[in-house]
Design a protein around this ligand. Structure first.
Ligand code: NDP
Length: 397
C-alpha cells in the first residue's frame, strides 16, 4: 500500500490514473498534479474512488520539491513531457523519493533524445538510496521488457532486434498526432538512426521503409525506420546484438501533410518573430492540431507493437515476434483514452507496481530490461495488454 504522485494530466495520465485507481491494494492514495489543475479535476471526476489534485509547474524544482514534501508519496510517476524529466528527478533527489517516467529527457531547444542526461543521475540516486525507472511506457517500456523476455525464454543468444510499432487505427481527421504533437513531430522529423556491427548508422528522415505483414487481421503495412530511445539502452544491456532498429507505420496521407508542413517551415523548432513576438512554429502548429485526448471517441481499429528477434536456440537459427494487439475502442471504453495513451499508461502503472511491491528494486537509475521480465509480463496479461509470441520462417531484411 503506497501513495503515488502523478505529474501531468494529458492522454497518458488519463490512463495511468484510471489504472492506478483500479488497484487500491497497491496504490492506496493518489495525488494528480499538473500545470493546469482543471485537467486533473476532470480526470478525477471520472474515477470510482476519490483522489487529490494539485497545481504545479514541474519545470520549477522548488515547486516540485514543495509538492512532494507536502504530499509525501512513495513514488513520483512523471507523465508530463520529456522536458520535465530532469527537474522532477532533481526534486526526487531533494526529497528522497523514487521516480518513474515514460520518455527520456529532451532539451527543449534541440530535437535530440539521449539517455546521457538521466544516466548522469546514477551515482546520486544510488547514494541517496532511491530508484529511478526510465521509460516505462510501451516503446520504450514494454518493448524493452519484451526483448528481455525473448532473450530469457526463447533464445540462447539474440543477434538482431527490430522493434515494430503499427497504429492501424483511424480517427477520421485529415491530420492529427496520437500523442503530444510537439514531441511526436520532433521524433518523426529527426534523422533515422540504427545500430549495426558496433556502430550507429544515420539515415535521412523517413528514407528507409519496408512492408511488414502484421498479425490479428491487420495485414501488410509500410513501416519506416526511425531512431527511438530504447535502442540506446538495449544495445548496451544486450551486447550480443549485432543490429537493432526501430520501425513505425505511417499512412501516405499523414506523410503528405507532414512533408507540406515541413516544406513551409511549420515543423521547425527555431524561434521566429511574428508581429513583434517570438514564436516557435512547431508550438504554434501544436495549438492548431487536434488535442490527442480528443481523438479517443473517434479512433477505431487496432495497434500492434512488438519485437522481432533473430538469434539461436539449441544451436539452430530462430526468429520470433513477441507482440501486443490493442483495440482503440476497447481502450476508450475502459479509460476514456485511445490505444496510444492506453498502451503507454498501462505499462507505466505496471512499472510503478513492480517498484512499490518490491518485485523490481534497486538503488540508482535503471532501464526496464535490467530487471526480471516475468512479473511485468504476467501483469501485462492481467491488466489489459495481453501478448503472444509467434515464430517466423524468414527474417526481415
Ligand atoms: P499530453 O501533451 O497530452 O500531456 C502532457 C501533460 O503534461 C499536460 O497535462 C501538460 O499540462 C503537462 N505539463 C506540461 N508541462 C508541464 C509542466 N511544466 N508542469 C506540469 N505539467 C506539465 O502528452 P501525453 O499524455 O500524450 O504524453 C505524456 C508523456 O508520455 C510524454 O512524455 C510522451 O513523450 C510520453 N509518451 C511515451 C510513450 C511510450 O510508449 N513510452 C508513448 C506516448 C507518449 P497542460 O495540459 O497544462 O499543458
Amino acid at each position: 500500500m503506497a501513495k503515488v504522485l502523478i505529474i501531468g494530466a494529458g492522454g497518458v495520465s488519463q490512463v495511468v490514473t484510471h489504472k492506478c485507481a483500479q488497484l487500491p491494494e497497491v496504490f492506496s492514495e493518489i495525488t494528480l498534479a499538473s500545470r493546469t489543475e482543471s485537467k486533473c479535476k476532470a480526470i478525477a471526476a471520472q474515477l470510482k474512488r476519490p483522489i487529490k489534485t494539485a497545481q504545479v509547474d514541474a519545470d520549477d524544482v522548488a515547486q516540485m520539491t514543495a509538492l512532494i514534501e507536502a504530499e509525501k508519496p512513495k513514488l513520483v510517476i512523471n507523465v508530463a513531457l520529456p522536458y520535465q524529466d530532469l527537474p522532477i528527478m532533481d526534486a526526487c533527489l531533494a526529497t528522497g523519493v523514487d521516480y518513474l517516467d515514460t520518455a527520456n529527457y529532451e532539451p527543449p531547444d534541440t530535437a535530440k533524445f539521449e539517455y546521457k542526461w538521466q544516466w548522469a543521475y546514477q551515482d546520486r540516486f544510488r547514494e541517496r538510496g532511491i530508484m529511478a525507472l526510465l521509460g516505462s511506457g510501451f516503446d520504450p517500456g514494454a518493448t524493452n521488457v519484451f526483448t528481455a523476455y525473448l532473450a530469457k525464454h526463447e533464445f540462447d543468444t539474440i543477434e538482431t532486434l527490430d522493434i515494430i510499432d503499427c497504429n492501424a487505427g483511424d480517427h477520421g481527421k485529415p491530420f492529427a498526432t496520437n500523442f503530444n504533437p510537439e514531441i511526436n513531430i520532433r521524433e518523426i522529423t529527426a534523422r533515422g538512426r540504427y545500430f549495426e556491427s558496433g556502430d550507429w548508422k544515420s539515415t535521412d528522415p523517413l528514407s528507409v521503409s519496408r512492408m511488414y505483414d502484421f498479425p490479428a487481421g491487420i495485414g501488410p503495412k509500410k513501416i519506416y525506420l526511425l531512431y527511438h530511445e530504447e535502442l540506446e539502452s538495449l544495445v548496451k544491456n544486450f551486447p550480443t546484438l549485432k543490429r537493432a532498429r526501430f520501425w513505425m507505420t505511417f499512412s501516405d496521407n499523414y506523410l503528405k501533410h507532414l512533408e507540406v508542413l515541413g516544406n513551409v517551415g511549420m515543423t521547425s523548432i527555431e524561434p521566429i518573430m511574428y508581429q513583434g513576438q517570438e514564436i516557435i512554429p512547431l508550438q504554434f502548429l501544436k495549438a492548431l492540431l487536434p488535442d490527442p485526448s480528443s481523438l479517443g471517441p473517434l479512433t477505431k481499429g487496432l495497434t500492434c507493437i512488438g519485437c522481432l528477434i533473430r538469434g539461436t536456440k539449441g544451436g539452430k537459427q530462430k526468429i520470433a515476434f513477441l507482440y501486443n494487439v490493442c483495440d482503440h475502442q476497447e481502450a476508450f471504453r475502459e479509460t476514456g483514452a485511445q490505444a496510444i495513451s492506453y498502451t503507454t499508461g498501462v505499462p507505466a502503472m505496471i512499472g510503478a507496481k513492480q517498484m512499490l511491491t518490491g518485485a523490481w528494486r534497486g538503488d540508482g537509475v535503471f532501464n526496464m530490461e535490467q530487471f526480471d521480465p516475468d512479473p511485468f509480463m504476467a501483469d501485462m496479461n492481467q491488466y489489459g495488454l495481453p501478448w503472444r509470441v509467434m515464430t517466423l520462417d524468414s527474417p526481415m531484411e
